[in-house]
Design a protein around this ligand. Structure first.
Ligand code: PA5
Length: 448
C-alpha cells in the first residue's frame, strides 16, 4: 500500500537541502515538546495520539447512530462552525459526487451545513427547503454557546419538532458537545438526545477525528474505519522514530518556516486541481491560520482551486509581489475515467488530444503551472495523494495536523489557542446589548 508523500524538489532554488536539514535539531525539539507535553497549549494535545487510540467500540457506536439518521432522514443538517464543521465538510465533499445535489436518487441523506453564518437569507431559504423534508440535525459545538450555531439550532429544533413530532425529533437530533457544560449539553440532556463528547483536550480545528467529524462522515455513508486507519498509519510515519528527512510532517514544517524566516514568504497558497478538494483547503486554512496567526507572526494561509483560479489569480501568483509559495495537493489517480473524443470537423483544434484522458490534460496543466510559478519566483511543494479515498484523506488530515503542531512551536507561538477569535464576539454582544455586557455596550457605542 502506498502512502501520501511530500515532494520538495521545487523549493531547492529557494532553500537548499542543507538549509532544510539544518532545521533538524529545532524540529526534533519541537516534536519532543509535543510528545512530552511540555510546551505552550499542552492541555490541547489530545489529537496527537488520537488516531491510534480510537476503539472499535467507539466507531461502532458512531456508525450505529449514523445508521439511525440514514434510516430516518432524507436530509441531515450539520450545525457547526469553524473546527466544528470544516473537517467533516472537507472529507464529505472530497468523497462525494460533485453533482450530488442534483441527483434524483441519493445513497443516503443529503448533507447540508448550517450554523456557520448568521445570514437571514441563508437560514430562511434553508427552513423553506426543509418544509417538506424528513430531516435530522447533528448539532456540534464544543463550547455549546457559539452564537451562529446556537441560533441555527434554535430554528432547526423548533422546525424538526413541529414537522416530525417530539418523539421522532428526539431520535433524529444528535448533539456533539462538551461532557458537562454549555447550552448544547443542557438541551441534549433535557431533551434526551443521543450525544457524543468532544474531549476537553482536543481543540476545534484538531477535532475532525473525534465525533465532530466522524459522525457526519459516517452519516454521509463514508468509511470512518478506513479514515482512522489512514490517520493512524500517518501517526506512525510521522513519529519521532522516523528519521527527520523521511518524516513528511517534519520536513513540511521545516520548509515552511525556512521560507518564512529566510525568504520572506509570508503567504502559503494551498492549491488543488480538483474542485472537490475546495473544503480540504478551507479546513487547512483554519488549522494553520488559527494555530499560527498570533503575536503578530505567522504565514497567511490562502487557497486556490486550479485551473479555475489560474484565470483569475494566476496573474498575481505569476508576477505579483514575491511573498508567496505554493503547496499543491496532487491526486495521482482520479476516481473516474473519461477520454476526449475525436471530432470530424475539429473546429476547436483539440483533435491532438483525442483519445487522451481528461486527467492527462489536467496533469500537464499542473506540471506546466508548477514550472512557470517556480520560474516566476514561487517555491512549490507537492503533497502527493495516490487517490481520493477515506484512507488517504485520513493520512492527509494527520499529516497536516502533526506538521501544524511542529510548525507552531518552530515559529515560537502557542499553536493550540485562539484568543483573537473572541474580539468580534465581545463587540457583537456589546452591540446587541447582551445581558452582562452593559459596560462594553457603553464603551463601544462611544466609538460609533
Ligand atoms: O478552532 C476553534 O476552536 C474554533 O474555530 C471553533 O471550532 C469554533 O469557534 C466553534 O466553536 P464551538 O465548537 O465551541 O461552537
Amino acid at each position: 500500500m502506498k502512502n501520501i508523500s511530500l515532494n520538495i524538489d521545487k523549493v531547492a532554488k529557494f532553500v537548499s537541502k542543507e538549509g532544510i536539514a539544518a532545521y533538524e535539531p529545532q524540529v526534533k525539539a519541537a516534536m519532543e515538546t509535543l510528545e512530552k507535553g511540555t510546551g505552550l497549549g499542552n492541555d490541547f494535545l489530545g489529537w496527537l495520539h488520537l488516531p491510534s487510540s480510537i476503539s472499535k467500540e467507539h466507531l461502532a457506536e458512531l456508525k450505529a447512530t449514523a445508521q439511525v439518521l440514514r434510516e430516518n432522514c432524507d436530509v441531515v443538517i450539520v450545525a457547526g462552525i469553524g473546527g466544528s464543521y470544516l473537517g467533516a465538510r472537507a472529507v464529505n465533499e472530497a468523497l462525494s459526487n460533485s453533482f450530488e445535489w442534483l441527483q434524483a436518487k441519493h445513497n443516503g441523506p443529503v448533507m447540508i451545513h448550517a450554523g456557520h453564518n448568521i445570514s437571514e437569507d441563508y437560514l430562511y431559504e434553508l427552513t423553506e427547503y426543509l418544509k417538506d423534508k424528513k430531516f435530522g440535525v447533528i448539532n456540534i459545538s464544543k463550547s455549546g454557546t457559539t452564537t451562529e450555531t446556537a441560533l441555527a439550532f434554535r430554528l432547526l429544533k423548533e422546525q424538526c419538532e413541529r414537522q416530525r413530532g417530539k418523539e421522532m425529533a428526539r431520535k433524529v437530533i444528535v448533539a456533539i458537545t462538551d461532557a458537562k457544560k454549555g447550552a448544547a449539553r443542557v438541551t441534549a440532556d433535557k431533551e434526551g438526545y443521543k450525544s457524543f463528547i468532544i474531549p476537553d483536550n482536543v481543540g476545534g480545528r484538531f477535532s475532525v477525528l473525534t465525533p465532530v467529524g466522524l459522525l457526519p462522515i459516517a452519516t454521509a455513508g463514508y468509511d470512518i474505519e478506513k479514515l482512522v486507519e489512514g490517520a493512524a498509519d500517518m501517526e506512525k510515519l510521522t513519529s519521532s522514530e522516523v528519521p527527520f528527512m523521511e518524516n513528511p510532517s517534519a520536513v513540511y514544517a521545516a520548509v515552511r518556516n525556512a521560507l518564512y524566516a529566510q525568504n520572506g514568504k509570508k503567504i502559503e497558497i494551498l492549491v488543488n486541481y480538483h474542485p472537490k478538494l475546495h473544503y480540504v483547503s478551507e479546513w487547512w486554512k483554519q488549522l494553520y491560520g488559527e494555530s499560527e496567526g498570533k503575536d503578530h507572526k505567522g504565514i497567511f494561509p490562502a487557497a486556490v482551486d486550479f485551473s479555475t483560479d489560474l484565470h483569475s489569480m494566476g496573474q498575481w501568483i505569476q508576477e505579483g509581489e514575491r511573498l508567496i509559495y505554493e503547496t499543491v495537493l496532487s491526486i495521482e489517480q482520479p476516481k473516474c475515467h473519461l477520454e476526449i473524443p475525436s471530432d470530424a470537423e475539429n473546429l476547436d483544434g483539440l483533435n491532438f488530444l483525442a483519445g487522451k484522458r481528461v486527467d492527462e490534460v489536467n496533469k500537464m496543466a499542473e506540471l506546466g503551472t508548477q514550472l512557470a510559478h517556480v520560474d516566476g519566483g514561487v517555491p512549490n511543494m507537492r503533497v502527493i495523494i495516490p487517490e481520493l479515498n477515506e484512507y488517504y484523506l485520513g493520512q492527509v488530515i494527520y499529516f497536516f495536523e502533526k506538521a501544524c503542531g511542529i510548525s507552531g512551536y518552530l515559529l515560537g507561538v502557542n499553536p493550540f489557542n485562539q484568543p483573537g477569535v473572541e474580539a468580534y464576539k465581545k463587540n457583537m454582544f456589546a452591540l446587541l446589548n447582551k445581558p452582562g455586557y452593559e459596560e462594553e455596550s457603553k464603551a463601544i457605542r462611544a466609538k460609533l
